[in-house]
Design a protein around this ligand. Structure first.
Ligand code: LLP
Length: 437
């Protein structure tokens, strides 16, 4: 079975891509290209599906949106309205949430090297939880709590030693990585002891995140087992049960028709099964359960719209390749270059009856590796002025965008029921020059 990479309100009508009633051509005319287009209802439906599935499975469960996937003020407002928490990994992500009065109590702070000022700010504004990711950080958080006269809730990020089935650069919990405190080496337990020495810290529970773009739940299930073992040991030694557990994110999405992710409800059902059975086996009460999906909420909800600027038919030893250059590239999508990520692309402004031809979709940057799609068959008559759309670019595209070659970063336009609005405006040359002395 092939799967669609498009968000739920995208349709192709007479060759025109339409999203929630607006055509790609209209969007390009009004907002220019390259542009990220967000399907607002699709984003909200995915966010709500996670919240509903989790709350049906666990009383009072929390879904923290992993804001690193893509955040801005409007996303934070929507997360607030829809009852999600926010996972922030830096001071910058924290400030986005705070700027729209996102309740600090529903913010969880991550990071393997939180600065002293990031810790201070998080404690000062009263974030719900700081997830400890090193032994050094424990005293730093305790000091900040003392300074502000507060008790700070903390969790420990465990490294459960689980190999996630994904690419190495985005797997996070095998042994040789910078994240988390290893259960098997004993350092996670050292952290428990260290936390117990600080009366300003309220130790709430354990966290693990094993990787991203994962298609089956075996890794999560094994992780849950190891986390529950750790919690049972804590109960036995401290005579108190840890009230919270957080299983991170990592749920995969469709980038191309070959990708077959689990439905949100099925992934959550597997978590429920592992937690309920695992707690029963260890005689633990079911804790408060949280997850932190990023990609699986925002990823499918956006596509990138480009305009073709040039085409070039290059002779190869055994055929030809049509190089189709668009007006963005590695500055708005570094994932093919960084991870070998594979995307689909579609002509978005018209139908073509020309035969498909071996093509390479490339950007406008000054290097050969500026490739968006290495091998794709596209109509041979694609020409300057045509629009090309790449689906499933919501997660880790705008958020990892750069200004390489002093290219301004694209805007994000949200579309709903026939109306489109700017939620992040296009950068200008003036914005870029603003930083220079
Ligand atoms: N929680 C923690 C602690 C994380 O480190 C991450 C992602 C998430 C949640 C969200 O994971 P998701 O549900 O989005 O898979 N830049 C890479 C992905 C890096 C993921 C980093 N951590 C990419 O473009 O594929």
């Amino acid at each position: 079975m092939s799967h669609s990479a498009w968000s739920s309100n995208v349709k192709f009508e007479n060759g025109q891509l339409t999203i929630a009633g607006t055509t790609a051509s209209e969007l390009a005319r009004e907002f220019d290209t390259p542009t990220f287009i967000l399907d607002e209802d699709d984003f909200k439906a995915r966010a709500s599906a996670f919240v509903n599935a989790m709350q049906k499975s666990f009383s009072g469960a929390t879904v923290y949106y992993a804001s690193k996937a893509f955040t801005c003020k409007q996303i934070a407002r929507w997360c607030n309205e829809l009852g999600l928490g926010m996972d922030v990994a830096t001071g910058g992500e924290l400030e986005v949430a705070l700027s729209v009065n996102f309740p600090a109590s529903r913010i969880e702070v991550h990071g393997n090297n939180k600065s002293l000022s990031e810790i201070d700010r998080a404690v000062e504004v009263g974030v719900g939880c700081i997830v400890i990711d090193s032994i050094q950080e424990i005293g730093r958080v305790a000091d900040a709590a003392k300074r502000h006269g507060k008790t700070q809730s903390v969790m420990i990020r465990l490294n459960p030693g689980v190999e996630a089935h994904t690419i190495e650069a985005i797997a996070t919990a095998h042994t040789d990585v910078k994240f988390g405190l290893s259960i098997s080496s004993g350092v996670a337990w050292d952290a428990v002891i260290e936390i117990s020495k600080h009366s300003q810290l309220d130790f709430r529970g354990v966290h693990a995140h094993i990787g991203s773009q994962i298609f089956n739940m075996d890794g999560h299930r094994l992780t849950i087992e190891r986390m529950l073992d750790f919690m049972a040991r804590y109960r036995d030694e401290f005579n108190r049960e840890l009230p919270e557990v957080d299983f991170g994110g990592g749920f995969g999405i469709v980038y191309t028709a070959e990708d077959a992710p689990l439905a949100i409800e099925d992934a959550v059902a597997q978590i429920k099964d592992a937690v309920v059975n695992g707690c029963a086996a260890r005689n633990l009460k079911i804790p408060h359960v949280a997850i932190e999906p990023g990609r699986s909420i925002i990823g499918p909800s956006m596509f990138t719209l480009y305009e073709v600027g040039t085409t070039k038919l290059v002779q190869l030893e055994n055929g030809t390749r049509n190089y189709i250059s668009v007006d963005g590239g590695m500055s708005d999508n570094i994932r093919p270059g960084l991870y070998g990520a594979i995307y689909e692309a579609h002509l978005a402004n018209r139908t073509s009856s020309a035969p498909n031809t071996p093509s390479r979709l490339v950007g406008k940057h000054c290097e050969t590796g500026d490739i968006l799609i290495r091998d794709i068959d596209l109509p041979s008559d694609i020409a300057p002025g045509d629009l090309i759309a790449i689906p499933a670019t919501g997660a880790y595209n705008r958020s990892m965008a750069s200004n390489y070659n002093h290219v301004p970063r694209p805007p994000v336009i949200s579309v709903r029921q026939g109306s489109a609005k700017v939620i992040v405006r296009r950068e200008t040359f003036e914005d870029l020059l603003h930083l220079d002395a």
